[in-house]
Design a protein around this ligand. Structure first.
Ligand code: URP
Ligand code: ZN
Ligand code: ZN
Length: 482
């Protein structure tokens, strides 16, 4: 067989196996896996290296305006390059509807923005205005194009769609086999806390952590799950930041609820003390939900280990430490006026590999699941997320031994800081391939702007899903078809 590329002498890892094998690639796809493969127009020596599925970043804000209209620092070019240097072969950023916009307009706006991507991509659609046209016509049209995940917010006044809006979206998603993602925080609890902190004159960045209580996340996760259960729809809780929230997710998964969740490196690595840095430095660490404490970190790691989380995602939301980003509303403003979010798309996998695999918290199989395979399965990227004959040759070759310090320059994004600066990590994604093309090799970018392609995603397989609640079950609800 003729191969365009052969990756040889590496240790190939999937969620089920670790084997010494060579990989043959033809026309962007894996066409052979064998003990020894000869030939190949290009041969990549993976001796002493781990050959893993290229990461899939399932939570990133790229070329996206925030709820208050602030454009993030990374577009699809810098965002995808940073992701590639961090071991990713594809990503699924958000395409955000702001009120009054049609979903068709949103998708064509993001199609133009994403044309620069060096990675394959799709979008999760953020819905902030679920009008009848959106629900009945526009979302089904988006779905038919292969956009099979919708995201909603329970907080942020400009995005929060209320419980009724969520039920409507969950119902449309259920009808089509789409999955609904949710940012779960109780909006009124946060507004109430904000008012009390403002009245007490407590405005420094550190009070951001106080303003969004753990209970606000726990309550909203519980409520989101109840809403999803009422319509028997699958649900994905994004950026879980609390022990209580993770415990609810774990309990519901064990009870058979069709539920998925992620946490992020910032909740495992940083704490609210980072918000208490001198001057306004704490602004760099403002994200929502906020950073918590070391006891929470321990609890979240246990949930990573025991399988509560489908993935560990970055929630890359890049606002520079200047007046284009964090301080768009001024430098000496109260914490609610500081842009929410922190970067991390390039650091996600090196962090998870080093703190997870190298420190012995998770196995290589778990790393592969949390970094790529589970997201591929959950979000319908059927051609990606593993190493098998027939799949796209999306591969990351890791040097598992080299230790380096995280620096801003290594992130290759458009940011002026990294919250992970100086952290010492072992394991480097040395070579990254997207559909068979080497895009990063030994610290050099080899990709062409715009070589990434849109990935049409498959619906979720809902066989055996969930439970019909009594009140909606025609056999016991007096025959009401609702
Ligand atoms: O603070 C964050 N995470 N900003 C990005 C938007 C979101 O809530 O995910
Ligand atoms: Zn969020
Ligand atoms: Zn986010």
């Amino acid at each position: 067989m003729q191969f365009d590329t052969v990756i040889h002498d590496g240790t190939v890892v999937t969620t089920s196996d670790t084997v010494k094998a060579d990989i043959g690639i033809t026309d962007g796809r894996i066409t052979a896996i064998a003990e020894r493969l000869a030939g190949g127009a290009q041969r990549i020596d993976a001796g002493g290296r781990l050959v893993l599925p290229g990461g899939i970043e399932a939570h990133a804000h790229i070329a996206q305006e925030s709820s208050s209209g602030v454009m993030g620092a990374d577009g699809y070019l810098s965002g995808s390059i940073s992701a590639a240097f961090g071991g990713n072969s594809s990503f699924i950023p958000f395409a955000a509807q702001h009120r009054g916009q049609s979903i068709d307009e949103v998708i064509s706006t993001y199609d133009a923005r994403a044309a620069e991507s060096v990675l394959d991509y799709s979008y999760h659609l953020i819905i902030s205005d679920p009008t009848p046209e959106v629900l009945n016509d526009q979302l089904p049209r988006a779905f038919a194009r292969g956009i099979t995940s919708f995201k909603v917010f329970m907080t942020y006044d400009m995005m929060n769609i209320g419980d009724g809006g969520m039920l409507d979206i969950l119902t449309v998603a259920r009808a089509h086999g789409a999955i609904t993602m949710v940012h779960a925080e109780n909006n009124d609890m946060i507004k109430w806390m904000n008012k009390r902190l403002a009245n007490a004159g407590l405005t420094a960045p550190k009070y951001h952590a106080i303003s969004r209580p753990e209970l606000a996340e726990e309550e909203a996760i519980n409520r989101a799950i109840s809403l999803a259960k009422l319509v028997d729809a699958p649900l994905f809780i994004v950026h879980v930041s609390t022990a209580g929230g993770a415990a609810i997710v774990q309990r519901e998964i064990l009870a058979g609820t069709r539920l998925f969740a992620e946490t992020c490196p910032q909740y495992l690595a940083l704490t609210r003390d980072d918000l208490d840095r001198p001057g306004m430095e704490g602004a760099k660490y403002i994200c929502s939900p906020p950073l918590r404490d070391t006891a929470t970190q321990d609890a979240l790691w246990r949930h990573v280990q025991s399988g509560t989380f489908t993935s560990v995602s970055s929630d890359h939301a890049p606002y520079r430490y200047d007046d284009t980003g964090k301080f768009l509303n001024g430098r000496d403003v109260a914490y609610p006026k500081i842009s929410n979010g922190m970067p991390g798309i390039g650091a996600r996998l090196p962090y998870l590999f080093s703190e997870g695999v190298v420190k012995g918290r998770i196995s290589l199989q778990q790393f592969v699941g949390l970094s790529a395979s589970n997201a591929a399965r959950t979000f319908g990227m059927t051609q990606k997320g593993s190493i098998a004959v027939g799949l796209d040759a999306d591969i990351a070759i890791w040097d598992p031994e080299t230790t380096r310090k995280i620096t801003l320059a290594d992130q290759h994004d458009n940011m002026d800081y990294t919250p992970f600066e100086g952290m010492e990590l072992t394991g480097v994604p040395e070579t990254v391939l997207n559909r068979g093309a080497v895009i990063v090799h030994k610290g050099q970018l080899h990709a062409q702007k715009g070589q990434g392609r849109f990935v049409a995603r498959a619906p979720m397989d809902l066989r055996g899903a969930g439970h019909l609640v009594k009140e909606r079950d025609v056999t016991v609800n007096f025959g009401a078809k609702i």
